[in-house]
Design a binder for this molecule. Structure first.
Ligand code: B12
Ligand code: SF4
Ligand code: SF4
Length: 377
C-alpha cells in the first residue's frame, strides 16, 4: 500500500466530535433533532406493564406479544448499548387548515400524518443513510434502524435522549416544535455518550387535550386507553366499531388529531416543507361522498405508498359509513349508503345500517332501515 507521506493518517474522532458530527449529519438529512440515550427503560417498563395489564391496548396483540423486548433494547437487538433517537416534523404547509375540515361534516378528516407518502419509508431511508455515514467514520459501528416498525418504546427512548416530554395526551412534545413529528431510532452496539434526559414537564395545569378528546380516551394524564381512542377505532380495530363511539367519531375517517390540535405547544409548531409530506389526491379536503364512491381499485391506486394502506378497503368503507351517518341528512347521502349495500361485506353493511338509521325520519321518503328492509338485504 502506498502511503502519502504528506497526509497524516485519518485519526478516529473523539466521542464528543463524533456526537457533534452525528447531529450535523442528522440535520442535513432533515431531522429536526438528534439525541442519544442508554438503554435503561426500567421506569417505562413498569408503566408499559401497567398499561397492558389494564388492557388499554385492546386488540393490538403485537403490543403484548414480545415480552420485555419492547422495553429492553438489548433483548431485541443483542449487544445494543446506545440508541440514537431522531424526530422529524410532518405537518405540511400545503395541507388544508384542520379545524376547517373537522368543522365541515360533509368533509372527511384524515389525520395530518397520513395525508402524504408513508412516513415509514422516508424515515427508514434517512435513518439508514445516517447509520451508514457513522459506519464510514467508525468501523466497529453495528446498527439497526426502526421507526414504528418493531417492538420499540419510541417515546420513552426519545424522552430519555432529551427530545421532549410526555404531554398529558401521551405524545412527546418539544419546546421548539410542538408534537407534530415522527420518531425514529438507530440501535447500536457502539457506546456513545448519552444526552441529558428531558426531566421537565411543561404541561403545567393545562388539561386542554383531556377535555377536548371526543371519546374521553385520555383516562388519566399521560394515559390513553387505546380502546376508546379514535385513532385505534378507525385504524387498528379490524372489526365492528362499538356503537357508543360512532357519533363521537364525527367525520374522522382515519386517525384523530384533536388532542394535538388544542395543545398550546403546537401554536408555534414549525411546518414541514418535505415534498414527501405534501398531501396527495386532495386527501386533506375531500368530501365524504367522494371517498365513499371510490371502488377498491381507486382505493388501491390512490393510497399506494401511503400510511392509509395500514387499513383495508373494508375498514375504509366502514369508517366512511360511520362518518356519513354523522353527516347532514340528504337524499344523496342516504342513496349512496343504500346503493352500497348491494355490493359490500357484512361488516360494512352493519355500519351502513347504523348510518342510515341516523338519518331515519329526517327525509320524507326515507324512513331508514325499516322502510328499506335493509337488515334482510
Ligand atoms: C400503539 C401506538 C398507538 C396506539 C396507542 C397510543 C398510546 N398512547 O399508546 C394508538 C392506535 C391509539 C395510537 C394513536 C396515535 N399515535 Co401511535 N403509536 C403507537 C406505538 C406503536 C406504540 C406506543 C406505545 O408504546 N404505547 C404503550 C404506552 C404504555 O406507551 P405511552 O403511551 O408512550 O406511555 C408512556 C408514557 O405515557 C409514560 N407515562 C405513563 N405515565 C406517566 C406519568 C408521568 C408522570 C410521566 C412523565 C410519564 C408517564 O410511560 C409510558 C411508557 O413510556 C408507537 C410507535 C412505537 N413503537 O413506540 C406509535 C406512536 C406513539 N404514535 C404516534 C402517533 C403520531 C400517533 C397519533 C398522533 C396518530 C393519529 N393522528 O391518529 C395518535 C395519538 C393518540 C395518542 N393520544 O396517543 C407517534 C407519536 C409521535 C410523538 N410526537 O409522540 C409514534 C411514536 C409513532 C412514530 N414513530 O412516530 N398509537
Ligand atoms: S387521538 Fe383523538 S381520540 Fe385519541 S386521545 Fe387524542 S383526541 Fe382522544
Ligand atoms: S394540551 Fe395541555 S395538557 Fe395536553 S399535552 Fe398540551 S400542554 Fe399538555
Amino acid at each position: 500500500m502506498i502511503i502519502n507521506a504528506t497526509e497524516p493518517p485519518r485519526s478516529r474522532p473523539t466521542a464528543t466530535e463524533l456526537v457533534e458530527n452525528i447531529r450535523i449529519w442528522g440535520a442535513d438529512l432533515g431531522f429536526q433533532q438528534v439525541g442519544i440515550t442508554d438503554i435503561d427503560l426500567s421506569e417505562d417498563e413498569r408503566r408499559l406493564d401497567r398499561w397492558l395489564g389494564q388492557q388499554h391496548h385492546g386488540e393490538m396483540a403485537y403490543m403484548a406479544r414480545h415480552g420485555t423486548k419492547r422495553s429492553r433494547p438489548a433483548e431485541l437487538v443483542p449487544q445494543t448499548v446506545s440508541v440514537i433517537c431522531v424526530r422529524m416534523n410532518y405537518m405540511s404547509d400545503a395541507a388544508a387548515e384542520p379545524w376547517g375540515v373537522l368543522g365541515d361534516p360533509d368533509l372527511a378528516y384524515v389525520s395530518r400524518y397520513a395525508l402524504a407518502r408513508d412516513y415509514h419509508k422516508l424515515m427508514r431511508s434517512r435513518l439508514k443513510q445516517l447509520g451508514r455515514k457513522i459506519s464510514a467514520e467508525i468501523d466497529s459501528f453495528g446498527f439497526r434502524v426502526f421507526t414504528d416498525s418493531a417492538p420499540v418504546l419510541e417515546r420513552a427512548l426519545a424522552r430519555k435522549a432529551g427530545l421532549g416530554w410526555f404531554g398529558k395526551h401521551s405524545n412527546l412534545i418539544s419546546r421548539e416544535d410542538g408534537s407534530w413529528f415522527f420518531l425514529g431510532e438507530i440501535y447500536t452496539d457502539f457506546s456513545l455518550p448519552a444526552d441529558r434526559e428531558f426531566d421537565q414537564n411543561h404541561c403545567g395545569r393545562c388539561v386542554a387535550c383531556i377535555d377536548v378528546c371526543p371519546t374521553q380516551a385520555i383516562v388519566a394524564p399521560y394515559e390513553v386507553d387505546a380502546r376508546r381512542c379514535i385513532s385505534y377505532l378507525t385504524i387498528e380495530l379490524r372489526g365492528v366499531i362499538p356503537t357508543q363511539y360512532r357519533s363521537l367519531i364525527g367525520n374522522r375517517i382515519f386517525g384523530c388529531d384533536d388532542c394535538q390540535l388544542v395543545c398550546p405547544w403546537n401554536r408555534f409548531a414549525k411546518l414541514s416543507s418535505e415534498a414527501d409530506f405534501a398531501p396527495r389526491h386532495r386527501l386533506d379536503s375531500s368530501s365524504l361522498m367522494e371517498l365513499f364512491a371510490w371502488s377498491e381499485s381507486d382505493f388501491n391506486v390512490r393510497t399506494e405508498g401511503s400510511a392509509i394502506r395500514r387499513i383495508s378497503f373494508e375498514q375504509w368503507q366502514r369508517n366512511l359509513a360511520v362518518a356519513l351517518g354523522n353527516a347532514p341528512t340528504s337524499k344523496l347521502v342516504v342513496e349512496a349508503l343504500t346503493t352500497r349495500l348491494a355490493d359490500t361485506t357484512p361488516l360494512v353493511a352493519e355500519h351502513i345500517h347504523w348510518a342510515i338509521e341516523q338519518h331515519s325520519g329526517q327525509l320524507p321518503n326515507y324512513g331508514g332501515a325499516e322502510n328499506h328492509d335493509l337488515r334482510s338485504s
